[in-house]
Ligand binder design. Structure first.
Ligand code: B12
Length: 319
């Protein structure tokens, strides 16, 4: 091997890491290689595939377009510039459902505010960002703030990061500031948990570091009069079971983003279901598509936040 090839290989990722980075399954990556001639991984001394960073970046862009409902045949062959152009032309994303992308949300009143917030993030001004978020939350009320502003803003930040328009530190700062604002808003709710509302334990499983979905769910459940106990992210399975018992939880609610794939998520969920008493409901949601492909025994999978109200009402009726 030449020194150049060795240099290239040292920064290239193995297929498992690419799957994790992009959310694209290993089998898909291998199939595209044959079908579309992209990606074109290098091979290491053992003959295993290794993907240079620029190919991984292009795969991330492709992943975003597939998430938005485009077909592989339309995007896998495109170069970076064309992919960026397609991403820039995407209409604001609605919520995904099991059957693909839902009709777009009705024209959003808050687009200007959303753009202003994105600009504030780019301007590296956390104080201005916090003020703007608090102002919006107070003006709109917590429920609309979460569903109409925070949810699309989070998606837009993720897109900006994937397109290289936001640095990692900008995304981290956004998450920190937003988490602080949401936590304060939830703590300041004056309505105490309603009588007969479920006690809900919220967390994510160990592989899932993303916590904003959970926080949005907590805010909406608290508004519905539920008593929420949040463990934050990444709780080992056994501890979820113990915590559910210690807190006399009626419901365990978990969030999974599209970083997670079915081969990890589904066995963990089955195991958790088997360990929790039958009287404890298990609600799961988030963009992880594996949750919605088939009904899961004893588990309620609901993607849109708007479904939470119905779930709570149903729980009240049957409790
Ligand atoms: C902030 C963020 C991070 C932060 C998280 C910090 C924190 N404390 O949360 C950090 C830096 C850790 C991070 C890491 C990574 N991230 Co990240 N991240 C994000 C971002 C911007 C928000 C994440 C989030 O909380 N989303 C959760 C919610 C808001 O979204 P949702 O799953 O779509 O759920 C919606 C509904 O379904 C509902 N919902 C959610 N949960 C539940 C539960 C119930 C019961 C119900 C009813 C409803 C419900 O609420 C949401 C409303 O919009 C997203 C962008 C995005 N679109 O989400 C990227 C994103 C999820 N990350 C991504 C990636 C690639 C990664 C990394 C792999 C990057 C890396 N190379 O390390 C790692 C993986 C870490 C891991 N193993 O979990 C990609 C995933 C792409 C893909 N298809 O795989 C995204 C989509 C960004 C992008 N556009 O490319 N990330």
């Amino acid at each position: 091997m030449t020194k150049d090839t060795l240099d290239e290989l040292s920064s290239a990722l193995p297929i498992a890491a690419v799957e994790k980075e992009t959310g694209l399954a290993k089998d898909t990556l291998r199939a595209w290689e044959k079908r579309y001639g992209f990606p074109q991984p290098l091979r290491d001394a053992a003959g295993d595939r290794r993907y240079p960073p620029e190919q991984v970046q292009r795969l991330q862009l492709i992943g975003r377009l597939l998430d938005a409902g485009l077909r592989p045949g339309k995007v896998v062959g495109l170069d970076n510039e064309a992919l960026q152009e397609q991403l820039a032309n995407l209409p604001p994303r609605g919520v995904n459902t099991a059957s693909g992308t839902e009709p777009r949300e009705p024209a959003r009143e808050h687009d200007a505010l959303l753009q202003e917030l994105l600009d504030t993030i780019s301007a590296s001004d956390p104080v201005a960002l916090r003020h703007a978020l608090v102002r919006a939350q107070l003006g709109m009320g917590l429920a609309a703030f979460v569903t109409e502003l925070v949810a699309p803003l989070t998606t837009a930040v993720g897109q900006a990061w994937a397109q290289g328009r936001f640095e990692v530190f900008e995304e981290h700062l956004f998450t920190e500031v937003l988490t602080g604002v949401m936590r304060n808003a939830i703590a300041s709710l004056t309505t105490p948990p309603g009588p007969g509302g479920p006690r809900v334990l919220l967390t994510t499983l160990p592989q899932e570091q993303h916590g904003l979905g959970l926080l949005m769910v907590e805010a909406l459940l608290a508004l519905e009069g539920c008593a929420c106990i949040s463990l934050g992210t990444q709780t080992p399975l056994g501890d979820v079971v113990q915590a559910a018992q210690a807190h006399r939880a009626d419901v365990v609610a978990l969030s999974f983003t599209n970083v997670q794939n079915g081969s990890n998520v589904l066995p963990s969920l089955r195991s958790l279901r088997a360990q929790l008493p039958g009287s404890v409901a298990l609600w799961v949601g988030g963009a992880c598509s594996a949750l919605y492909q088939k009904p899961l025994d004893g588990i309620t999978a609901v993607q849109p936040l708007s479904e939470l109200r119905r779930l709570v009402a149903q729980w009240r009726e049957t409790a």
